[in-house]
Each structure stands twice: as structure tokens, then as C-alpha cells.
Design a protein around this ligand. Structure first.
Ligand SMILES: C[S@@+](CC[C@H](N)C(=O)[O-])C[C@H]1O[C@@H](n2cnc3c(N)ncnc32)[C@H](O)[C@@H]1O
Length: 293
């Protein structure tokens, strides 16, 4: 039996409803990189196929060529759906809990003035609402003088975040005290769900921001900037450009919070690590920085 030699641009991936060639996959990778900065690993072929095959069905298209042509013709609505389809939105309430303990301390120390926080990859809202709960706890009130701007590139997750309704399995790992203080348990048709209290929602403003855009609708000065578990999808030059734009937004004594597997050592001229994936501006205290202990 003859052995088929794969060709880099024409290889068909396993038998599927739609032909999905290596060239199609490479084009998708280019487009999402240019548009959202996301570097999709070569092993993501199956994921890309299954997420975009849904779009082909919904649009009644018969090939990836037709789908890509439609995108490249500039269909704005489909661009939004394309990006929404390819983001990874994994998140949780109080994810990487030590950051919220550090933030609590930071807010208590600076409680003499109103504070501003930007949550720049907010996903479905668990992170900004955890920030809001931390602010309420630090000030011991449901109306702390804290403003939280929460943004994401993905309009679907932002809609979920704005609604503030979660299934019980997403909220159950929080302490009963937090659940009682910050959530309303659903009844009737809403059984099995919990809704974030309106007081908490009032602390958070949601808006769409693509971190790759030249201009952001978010102004400083910020006391804290949460940019967690999104930089891992970007290459180092893209990360550096974003970090450079963070610097003037962050207060001199503000903190940048990164995800557990993210390191900004390649941008040491911009941000200095304080340990525990928390950073301060490198131009602060040239003779020695703070510690988090
Ligand atoms: C894995 S989630 C992290 C959520 C949250 N920060 C956390 O740590 O739990 C990554 C989020 O980054 C968003 N994202 C990806 N590319 C982005 C971009 N270019 N600009 C803004 N957000 C982006 C995705 O839509 C997704 O919701």
C-alpha cells in the first residue's frame, strides 16, 4: 500500500463534515493573531475546527474558504463572532486567592481616597466581582469608594458578566459568609442559580477592550491593574507593547497583578516584580522597592 506523504499546505486533517486544510488553519492563526494578539498553538487544530464549524453551519456555508473570504471581505459582525469563538474564557471566583488578600491590604492602606481598579481580561465576571467583594470587605460596606472597570475582547462573556447570574456550582466554593453577603439565591425558575447583589454590580462598569488596540477607553490613575491569564496567549513583543501602555495608567504606588504562570521579567525596564506575580512600576523608588509581606 502506498504511503501518503503530507503536504504542508494541502493536507486534510481527519475526515470531517467540512474540509479543513493546514492552509485554512494557518490563515485562521494569522487572522486571530493580527486581530487579537492570540498566538494559537499548532495543536489547537481540532479546537479551531470544532468552534468554527459551528459558524459555517450557522451561516450555511459549505467550506472554510468561503468562511475566510467572508471574514476577509470585512464582515464586522462575523469578526466579532470569530474572535468570541476563539477566546479561552476559563475563570473562577477568587482564582489565585493570594492576590485578593494582597489587594485587601492595599485598599486598607489607601482608604483615605477613592480608588480605581481595571480588570483587563474579565471574562464572565467572576474576577471583577471578586475584586468588588474584596473592596466591600476592606471597607466593611457594600458601598466602598472603589470604582472597577472590567473589560474583555469577547462580547459574549461580557454579556454574561453584566448579567451577574451564576450556577450554584460556580459560587459554592466561596465561604457561606460571602455567599450570603454578596449573592441572592434564585427561586422558582432561577433555582440552582445565584445572582450577584445589585450593590456589587454597581461597583463594576463593563466595557469591551481589545488589549491590542492603539487606544483604550480606560483612563488612569489606577491603583490596581489586574491582567491575569491573558498575556499567556500573546507573544513577548505583544506583551511588551501592552505593558508599556500600562505604565502611565498605573499610579506610582499602584500594583499590576499577573496570572500564576505569567512572568514579565522581559519587561524589567517597565515593571519590577514584588513576588507572588505582583508588579510595581520600575520607575518607582530607584533605590529599592516594596515587599508584599
Ligand atoms: C483565561 S481568561 C482569564 C480570565 C481572568 N482574567 C482570570 O484570570 O480568571 C482570558 C480572557 O482574556 C480575553 N482576551 C483574549 N485576548 C484578548 C485581547 N486581545 N484583549 C482583551 N481580552 C482578551 C479572553 O476573551 C478571555 O476572557
Amino acid at each position: 500500500m502506498a504511503v501518503l506523504q503530507p503536504h504542508p499546505t494541502t493536507t486534510l486533517l481527519p475526515e470531517r463534515e467540512f474540509h479543513f486544510t493546514q492552509a485554512n488553519f494557518d490563515r485562521v492563526r494569522e487572522l486571530i493573531y493580527q486581530h487579537a494578539g492570540i498566538s494559537l498553538a499548532p495543536v489547537k487544530q481540532d479546537m479551531v475546527y470544532s468552534r468554527l464549524a459551528r459558524r459555517l453551519r450557522a451561516l450555511r456555508l459549505s467550506s472554510f474558504e468561503d468562511y475566510l473570504a467572508r471574514l476577509e471581505a470585512g464582515d464586522g459582525q462575523e469578526w466579532e463572532t470569530f474572535v468570541n469563538s476563539l477566546t479561552t474564557n476559563l475563570t473562577a471566583f477568587f482564582r489565585e486567592a493570594h492576590h485578593f488578600e494582597i489587594l485587601n491590604k492595599q485598599l486598607r492602606e489607601q482608604r483615605h481616597r477613592p480608588l480605581r481598579i481595571w480588570c483587563s481580561a474579565a471574562s464572565t465576571g467572576e474576577e471583577p466581582y471578586s475584586l468588588a467583594m474584596t473592596a466591600c470587605e476592606a471597607f466593611d460596606t457594600l458601598t466602598p469608594p472603589v470604582e472597577i472597570v472590567a473589560s474583555d475582547i469577547d462580547t459574549n462573556v461580557l454579556a454574561t458578566a453584566r448579567a451577574g447570574v451564576y450556577t450554584m456550582d460556580r459560587v459554592e466554593r466561596m465561604t457561606p459568609a460571602r455567599l450570603q453577603r454578596f449573592f441572592l439565591k434564585g427561586k422558582g425558575a432561577q433555582t440552582g442559580h445565584a445572582r450577584v447583589r445589585p450593590e456589587l454590580q454597581r461597583l463594576v462598569t463593563f466595557t469591551r477592550v481589545n488589549l491590542l488596540d492603539a487606544r483604550w477607553p480606560v483612563h488612569g490613575p489606577l491603583d490596581a491593574l489586574f491582567c491575569r491569564n491573558v498575556m499567556i496567549y500573546f507573544d513577548k513583543p505583544t506583551q511588551y507593547q501592552i505593558l508599556k501602555k500600562f505604565v502611565p495608567l498605573l499610579r506610582d504606588d499602584g500594583f499590576l497583578y499577573a496570572g500564576h504562570s505569567e512572568s514579565f521579567l522581559h519587561a524589567a525596564d517597565l515593571f519590577r516584580s514584588l513576588g507572588r506575580t505582583v508588579y510595581e512600576r520600575a520607575d518607582r523608588h530607584p533605590t529599592g522597592g516594596r515587599t508584599l509581606k
